[in-house]
Ligand binder design. Structure first.
Ligand SMILES: *Cc1c(COP(=O)(O)O)cnc(C)c1O
Length: 376
């Protein structure tokens, strides 16, 4: 059996977790959390990084930081994970879904421009497969219309737009450390990158249940109290210990994932040249962090047949997002602006192949031969 995913393990996690246990101090913002945040700051150049229990939690913090009011509009792709939308729907915002570009499945800036109204407060680009959205154009639109930008960089750690780390270009950025992402904090985890200095202090407060406890610990206030709304958005020291171990090996993990992507691409190029499948495109302004390898079949019917054929061969290939605008909750909290030219049609054709840290060359080649067998 070749599974779709295996949670990454690099070997140092157990030692760090043991150390955390022996310290008899396990709550959030402990020594491993500080070390992990330091690593993330060095990696991204962002001055304020806060670990969170998930990317979902980081997106919720972002929505709180934007002070959204009922009726405010937030523009995002329909082709994304539910949390991208839920975080803002929870604040009463109206979700405005727009179309993606066929070559990357990333939000189409022209569709964003058309969807902006006086009620628009934010744009949430999602860097699908870890490949950058057209951030230059998106930031230009945001500046012109005075909008916030929250980058959903859940899949995009250690990936870049024109040399700038993803997650550091918008006002806020979010990472996921779920076990299906490039690195994990023991199964679930995330981080919020705060690039707008004006939000530093409030982000700490919202994360600490609406209290100014962080300022108290730093000695800048003499007691702490309830000062704002908030929630508990701190992961435990055990999660931070796992994450720290993974961060130390991030380059090794991503090099390995990228090599597997390149092998897939090399092996499947002939099928693409023959017009049987399409392969992902990396724009000149973007990099690949090896998060995902997908192909596009001719249509839904062919994809369903290919998934079955791969399952017969004990290979776990999976489809991805079902467009949010056509889902029950999507209809309730949002609407699609413009014409759905790419989103539905292309999401039905997209198939993700097994990819994880340490997938063996022989495993990739087995997947390739099963795909080639299907098209033969
Ligand atoms: C994985 C993912 C999330 C959610 O991440 P969690 O850490 O599981 O909450 C959000 N957005 C995108 C684009 C994702 O891929």
């Amino acid at each position: 059996m070749i599974p779709f995913n295996r949670a990454p393990v690099v070997g140092n996690e157990q030692g760090f977790i043991q150390q955390a246990i022996e310290s008899r101090k396990l709550c959030g913002d402990g020594p491993f959390a500080k070390k992990a945040e330091e690593q993330l700051k060095q990696l991204t150049g962002c001055q304020k990084v806060l670990l969170t229990p998930s990317c979902t939690a980081a997106l919720e913090m972002a929505a709180l930081l934007l002070n959204l009011q009922a009726g405010d509009e937030v523009i995002m792709p329909s082709y994304t994970f539910v949390s991208t939308a839920n975080a803002f729907a929870l604040r009463g915002a109206k979700i405005v879904f727009v179309d993606v570009k066929a070559d990357t499945m990333n939000i189409d800036p022209e569709c964003i421009a058309a969807a902006i109204t006086p009620q628009t407060k934010a744009i949430v680009p999602v860097h699908y497969a870890g490949v950058a959205c057209d951030m230059g154009t998106i930031m230009g639109l945001a500046e012109k219309h005075n909008l916030f930008v929250v980058e959903d960089a859940a899949q995009a750690i250690d990936s870049f737009y024109k040399g700038k780390p993803l997650g550091t270009i918008g006002h806020l950025g979010t990472f996921s450390f779920h076990e299906t992402k490039n690195i994990t904090s023991g199964g679930e985890g995330g981080a919020l990158l705060i690039n707008d200095v004006a939000m530093f202090q409030r982000a700490e407060i919202i994360r600490e249940k609406g209290t100014n406890r962080n300022q108290f610990f730093r000695g800048s206030v003499d007691k702490y109290s309830w000062v704002d709304i908030g929630s508990s958005y701190l992961p435990s020291e055990i999660q931070a210990a796992y994450l720290y171990g993974q961060l130390l090996e991030l380059k090794t993990i991503n090099d390995n994932r990228r090599a597997s992507c390149e092998l897939y691409r090399h092996q499947l190029t002939q099928l693409a040249d023959d017009g049987l499948i399409e392969l992902p495109h990396i724009p000149d302004f973007a990099t690949n962090n090896g998060h995902m390898f997908y192909l596009k079949c001719k249509n839904l019917e062919e994809r369903t047949a290919l998934i079955s054929a791969l399952r017969e061969a004990e290979i776990g290939a999976v489809f991805h997002y079902v467009p949010l605008h056509s889902a029950k909750a999507g209809l309730q909290f949002g609407r699609f602006y413009g014409e759905d030219i790419i989103t539905t049609a292309h999401s039905e054709r997209l198939l993700r192949l097994p990819l994880f840290y340490g997938i063996e060359v022989a495993e990739v080649l087995s997947v390739v031969s099963a795909v080639k067998g299907f098209y033969a």
